[in-house]
Every structure is written in structure tokens, then in C-alpha cells.
Design a protein around this ligand. Structure first.
Ligand code: PHE
Length: 446
């Protein structure tokens, strides 16, 4: 006989797991370099507006779809629209989970290896920080081994189940993450000259904004909130029918946004105080920050704390990516959780190997980009926006906005979705995503 589907043990367990999914490399590594290269405060303001107008409605929609059906990403669409092709939206999500995790785990592996590089002294004051980073990611073995270690931990947690694996891990990891982040913010803000970094994230200069940066803000919003790929459908499916949706969704969005902003306060004051360039790009966390740590008192300790923080954030997101795929196989094909975790975990690891190698160890291009960049492009420019767009159309026009809203409102909490929700999910969200997607793709290939 099949065991009954698991449910979160409490409301807090759901919020921690969903916030753990949302808070990840996206909030710390990606957010800081996107803010840094897009001019700081003005970009943050646009990002916050997009989080409120697109992010929050999408979040409650996905959680509602999950709680309503108690099904995985594909099963949820099948349950609400049987014998229609809508299940393909869920399939896109399962594919996205697979694609994202295969390179996400490689980056997470860099982060874990940087804990040891910092302890081992290879990132001391006289190090060639860029050289160490490029040397690491372009080498054949080290990043693949760390990727294997990280995937092994991820699949171990998922194999242990929703309550015993995910629930237990986030109860320890999320508080640890908050404490580490606060320590780093305090260290950064008390460095002499930190004020310029604070001004960078608080004083907007709107002349810095470009159409590209607005596109970037939408992409960042989806990625950081784990939206558009059935992740919040899957996590929502383990909610009790008596659990509220709008308030829980608000908690997840608020925690994710709070962590991103705090990460900004941990990173930019230190970068400015020590005279580094905030617009360093994707290398900010792995090249600039180690240099910042090396030139400040107690740098080894704070460097280690930072990379532990980044690794924890990555782990609680990675488990949610794997869970999307595993939940599908467990629900739809009656696979055991252990078998699904092991097989999918190993497959994702295997796809991640050429992704890692394409950073320099071998030459492996698809559509004119290294395979690693191609996977990132695929999720950011196609899978997540398309998944989000179709999910919004489904909830707004097929299940219908009114039904989605009434269902989400059944357990009245502090927030009650109003008619504004219908307008956002039916028109604003899909149109905004479509515009961003089309301009993004034109820009990319012109
Ligand atoms: N939200 C995670 C981050 O910010 C990434 C992620 C995307 C996780 C999609 C799950 C689903 O790092």
C-alpha cells in the first residue's frame, strides 16, 4: 500500500522551507552583482516594485495551486484541467528544475570549496584573487568533485523525505543563515568608510536605469523567488487545507526580499570601504569579496562565515529544485522517494559535469555559448518566464482568477486577496512577462 502523502508539520515548517528555496545563490551571489552592475539603488527600487506587482501574485497563485491539488508540478495541472495539454506547463517546470540544478550545484560547489580555500590561506592579502577563481572554475577535477559532494548532500536530504529531510534541514539551516548574515552586516557597516556603500544602495540615481536593467529585474525576481517552475506548487502541495495562502506567501516574499537587501548591506559597504569596484560583475562574490576579506581585520573568519552562509543558502534552494522532479516521479509513477532521489540526483550530477568543464577545461558550446552559460540562459530567458507566463494565464483564465482568489482566501488571515489580484494575474503579470521575454530574446540574438 502507498504511504499517505506527507504534510508540513507546521506553518513555520512551510515558511522556512519555502523561504529556504527562495533564499539562495540568487539573493547573495546573483543579487549583489546584478545590483552592482546596474547602478545600485535605482535598480533596487525597480526590483522591489516588480517583486510586489509580479512576484507576490505569482507566489500566492503557485502556493494555491499546490494546496488545492496536493500534487506535484505536472499533477497539479492534470488535476485541475484533465485531458488538456496544460500539464505541459508543469513539464516545463520539471525540466527547469533539472536544468537549473545541474549548473546551480556547480556554483554551490565553488562556494563550498571557497570555505576551504579561505581557511587554507590561498586567499591571503597577496593572492591573485581573479587568478585563483579562474583557475578553480576552469580546472577539470576540483569543481566537479565539489559539485558531486554538494549533489550527494542534496539528494541525501531529499531521500529522507519532506518532513524528515527538508523540514529538518531547514529548521537548522535557516536560523543559522540569518545569524551569519546579521554578523556580516554588522561587520561591514562598522568598517571605516562604509557610508559610501550604504549610499550606493539607498540613494537612487535613475539616470543609471536602462531597459536592460528593467529586464534584468524581472528575471532576477523570478529566479530569486523560485517562481515559474512549479517549485512553490510542489511545496504548497504539502500544506494542510487549513493553512492560509496569502499570509504565508507574504512571509516567503518578505523573507526573501529581506535577505537580499541584507546581503546588499553586508557586501556593498565593505566593497566601498576597502576601495573595490561594485560593478565587478559575476565575479563579485568570488573575486572581489575574498579581496575585501583579505584586507580587513578578522578577514579569514568573516570570509569563512560568508562562504558558509552562501553554501547553506544554496543547499536549501537545491533541495527544492530536486524535490520538484522527485515529487513528480513519486506522485505520478509511484517511484519510491529513495529511488527517485538517487536516480535523478545522479542524472543531474552527470549533466552538471559538462557544464562545469565548459567553463574552460574543455570547449563545449551550444548556441554559441559555453554549455554552462547556455543552461543559465535557457532557464532565465525561456523556462522560468514562459512557465510563469503560462501559469498566470492558467490561473487567471482557465481555473479563472475569481476561483483562484476565492480558493486562496478560504482561511482568512491578515491579507485577503482583492479584485486587484484578478487584474494583476489576468493582465499585468502575463503582459509584463511577455514583453520582457520578447525584448530579452531580441536583445540576446541581435
Ligand atoms: N530561488 C533560488 C535562489 O535565489 C533559486 C531557485 C530558482 C530555486 C528556482 C528553486 C527554483 O537562489
Amino acid at each position: 500500500m502507498k504511504a499517505p502523502r506527507e504534510l508540513w508539520t507546521s506553518r513555520v515548517a512551510f515558511i522556512l522551507a519555502a523561504a529556504g528555496s527562495a533564499v539562495g545563490l540568487g539573493n547573495i551571489w546573483r543579487f549583489s552583482y546584478v545590483v552592482g552592475t546596474n547602478g545600485g539603488a535605482a535598480f533596487i527600487i525597480v526590483y522591489l516594485i516588480i517583486i510586489a506587482v509580479i512576484g507576490y501574485p505569482m507566489m500566492v497563485t503557485e502556493i494555491a495551486l499546490g494546496r488545492k491539488t496536493h500534487k506535484n508540478a505536472i499533477g497539479a495541472f492534470k488535476a485541475l484541467a484533465p485531458n488538456t495539454p496544460w500539464w505541459l506547463v508543469g513539464a516545463l517546470g520539471v525540466l527547469a528544475g533539472f536544468v537549473i540544478l545541474s549548473f546551480y550545484s556547480v556554483v554551490a560547489g565553488w562556494s563550498v570549496s571557497y570555505i576551504f580555500k579561505t581557511i587554507g590561506g590561498s586567499l591571503g592579502a597577496d593572492a591573485d584573487f581573479a587568478g585563483v577563481f579562474v583557475g578553480h572554475i576552469t580546472s577539470a577535477w576540483a569543481p566537479v568533485i565539489w559539485h558531486a559532494v554538494f549533489m550527494a548532500i542534496t539528494l541525501g536530504i531529499i531521500a529522507a523525505g519532506v518532513v524528515g529531510g527538508i523540514g529538518r534541514a531547514v529548521r537548522i539551516l535557516m536560523p543559522a543563515l540569518f545569524v551569519l548574515l546579521i554578523i556580516l552586516v554588522l561587520r561591514s557597516l562598522t568598517l571605516p568608510g562604509a557610508g559610501a556603500g550604504v549610499a550606493f544602495i539607498l540613494q537612487p540615481d535613475f539616470s543609471e536605469l536602462t531597459a536592460q536593467s528593467i529586464l534584468g529585474a524581472v528575471g532576477q525576481a523570478f529566479f530569486t523567488l523560485s517562481l515559474g517552475m512549479g517549485c512553490m506548487i510542489t511545496y504548497g502541495s504539502y500544506l494542510n487545507d487549513k493553512d492560509d495562502v496569502p499570509d504565508n506567501g507574504a512571509w516567503v516574499v518578505a523573507l526573501d526580499t529581506g535577505v537580499a537587501l541584507l546581503a546588499g548591506f553586508a557586501i556593498f559597504p565593505a566593497v566601498f570601504a576597502l576601495g573595490f569596484d561594485p560593478a565587478a560583475g559575476a565575479g563579485l562574490a568570488f573575486i572581489t569579496l575574498p579581496a575585501v576579506f583579505a584586507s580587513m581585520p578578522g578577514g579569514v573568519l568573516f570570509g569563512v562565515l560568508f562562504f558558509v552562509l552562501l553554501s547553506i543558502a544554496a543547499l536549501t534552494s537545491a533541495i527544492s529544485l530536486l524535490e520538484v522532479v522527485v515529487a513528480w516521479l513519486v506522485d505520478e509513477y509511484d517511484w519510491s522517494r529513495k529511488k527517485a532521489s538517487l536516480i535523478i540526483g545522479v542524472l543531474i550530477f552527470l549533466v552538471g559535469v559538462p557544464a562545469s568543464l565548459s567553463n574552460g577545461a574543455i570547449s563545449f558550446n551550444i548556441a554559441g555559448m559555453p554549455f554552462f552559460d547556455f543552461l543559465d540562459f535557457l532557464q532565465e530567458s525561456i523556462l522560468l518566464p514562459l512557465g510563469g507566463l503560462l501559469t498566470a494565464v492558467f490561473a487567471g483564465h482557465v481555473w479563472t482568477a475569481k476561483k483562484t482568489r476565492e480558493y486562496a482566501n478560504t482561511e482568512r488571515g491578515k491579507i485577503v486577496l482583492g479584485g486587484w489580484y484578478d487584474v494583476l494575474i489576468k493582465y499585468i503579470v502575463p503582459i509584463a512577462i511577455a514583453v520582457v521575454m520578447i525584448f530579452g530574446l531580441i536583445d540576446k540574438f541581435s
